[in-house]
Design a protein around this ligand. Structure first.
Ligand SMILES: C[S@@+](CC[C@H](N)C(=O)[O-])C[C@H]1O[C@@H](n2cnc3c(N)ncnc32)[C@H](O)[C@@H]1O
Length: 230
């Protein structure tokens, strides 16, 4: 079977000390792919369905692996303009350089494996395309445990589903549009480091996340949603 196990090869993206110009180039390329794959859509549609619109009026949200914070910026704007909701983001990333590329939102440099917050600090903890950066199962479990610990209401993660169709789609995209070589290689590797539904559900249960809903979404994403009991 294709991609039976997650790849363990490191992504160039995660190399510390990369020059600012190259990081800027990577995040611009990521923004372009994110636009094509409408990366905010699972948060706009599924997350709000999961929470219920009544519960979306005012939310404090921690974005894990936020990078340049573009997801938070987009969602804050969208929530306010489309629904009149007040969403406040805190962006956390292991890379200070990535956070420095972003706008004025609250930014915290730190690891998703040891969150520098007390229990129940945020209404929601979210992550987009961050979890697959962790290779070891125990690290994924620790990341999910930490996300669950610091949220008051729930966790919502969107990442790459490990499947050959998505891999082929990206391969074709990278042959018809110009992207930096290191970005193309990382993009394909990211799919091989993605998750399958049962894997992510098992890891969430091991992390103590109660009743995790994990599903394949639009053939390319894996989405994990879990709410704490009232
Ligand atoms: C592919 S980027 C995703 C950026 C953004 N969330 C998006 O969807 O466009 C993955 C991000 O996760 C960050 N990251 C990787 N490992 C991390 C960790 N252990 N803790 C926090 N951030 C991490 C990287 O620095 C990078 O900014």
């Amino acid at each position: 079977m294709f991609f039976r196990r997650r790849a363990t090869q490191a992504e160039y993206f995660d190399l510390p000390g990369r020059p600012r110009a190259e990081m800027l180039e990577s995040y611009e390329a990521l923004a372009s792919v994110n636009r094509l794959f409408v990366f905010a859509e699972p948060f706009q549609r599924l997350l709000t369905q999961f929470l219920g619109h009544e519960n979306c009026r005012s939310l404090s949200i921690l974005d894990l692996g936020a990078g340049d914070g573009s997801l938070g910026e987009l969602l804050t704007d969208w929530a306010a303009k489309t629904h009149g909701w007040a969403w406040t983001f805190t962006n956390l990333d292991i890379s200070i350089e990535a956070l420095q590329l972003g706008g004025p939102a609250r930014r915290i440099a730190g690891s998703a494996l040891a969150l520098p917050f007390i229990d129940n600090s945020f209404d929601l903890v979210i992550g987009s395309q961050m979890t697959h950066h962790l290779v070891r199962e125990q690290d994924v479990v620790q990341h999910l445990r930490e996300a669950w610990r610091v949220c008051r209401r729930g966790v919502f993660l969107s990442d790459l589903h490990r499947n050959p169709v998505l891999y082929t789609l990206l391969w074709v995209l990278f042959h018809i549009r110009r992207y930096p070589k290191h970005f193309r290689e990382d993009g394909l590797l990211s799919v091989k480091r993605g998750f399958r539904v049962n894997e992510l559900r098992d890891l969430a249960l091991r992390a103590g996340v109660s009743s995790p809903h994990v599903r394949l979404y639009r053939g390319s994403r894996i989405v994990l949603a879990a709410m704490k009991p009232d």
